[in-house]
Design a protein around this ligand. Structure first.
Ligand code: GTB
Length: 216
């Protein structure tokens, strides 16, 4: 059964692939799975019909038969567990790839999102400038640690996996904010992800949605 995901009908990132439907699209493309997309406005997301699928009224969601999922990480894990190409077959490398998925979402994404949300939403607050050094240091520390771990390897742990897919998705937000500039190996890592045919198909699909919405 073809799954249906939800995405912004007009993404605030203007088609730069930073909204979280992008990682789900990318996983589905890596797994060579077709999918349908239901586009939502901000107002649609807060209506009962969508809140029945997503308790926090957000995108993305994933519907497949009688299964409904929310949380991009859970959706990517579900796709990776049911199709080949995103998780190693052997138990230990598979467990480590899943650990990297959690690391991307729980350890690396929070300081990156904190920093960009502060810029986006708090720049007029009197305490904005005072808080910046702390937020920047937290994000830089995480990036430096990740950079040291990655070294000159292509992927986080052997073959490309859903751990890399989520980590690169998270780092794309840093790249957009200019905070990856000091980490050459992380920039190359992100570029390797962006060069994957599956990434390119997913990116083109979400960009087409934004382009169509901008033309209306
Ligand atoms: N933890 C959840 C997950 O991973 O699925 C978080 C989902 C989430 O934050 N969804 C956002 C949303 O629906 C869209 S992706 N927001 C509406 C709301 O909460 O009311 C986050 C996002 C939005 C915009 C940009 N951007 O413009 O660059 C980047 C990322």
């Amino acid at each position: 059964m073809t799954p249906t995901i939800t995405a912004f009908e007009s993404s605030p990132d203007r088609g730069r692939g930073l909204a979280r439907d992008m990682r789900v699209r990318w996983a589905l493309e890596e797994a060579a799975q077709p999918y349908d997309v239901r586009l939502l406005s901000f107002s649609d997301m807060k209506q009962p019909a969508h809140l029945a699928l997503h308790p926090f009224g957000q995108i993305p969601t994933y519907e497949e038969g009688d299964l409904t999922l929310f949380e991009s990480g859970a959706i990517v894990l579900h796709i990776a567990q049911h199709h080949s190409g995103l998780l190693p077959a052997d138990a230990n490398p598979r467990a480590r790839a899943i650990a990297w998925m959690f690391a991307a979402l729980n350890t690396v994404e929070p300081p990156i999102v904190e920093l960009s949300l502060a810029k986006l939403l708090e720049s007029k607050q009197p305490w904005y400038e005072q808080r910046q050094p702390m937020l920047q240091e937290r994000a830089r520390n995480r990036l430096a640690e990740l950079s040291a771990h990655l070294g000159d390897t292509d992927w986080l742990d052997g073959e490309f996996s859903a751990g890399d897919l989520l980590m690169i998705s998270v780092l794309l937000r840093s790249k957009a904010a200019g905070t990856l500039d000091d980490y050459e190996n992380l920039r190359a890592y992100v570029a390797r992800g962006e060069a994957r045919p599956a990434y390119k198909r997913a990116f083109a699909a979400q960009l087409a949605v934004f382009t169509a919405s901008a033309a209306r």
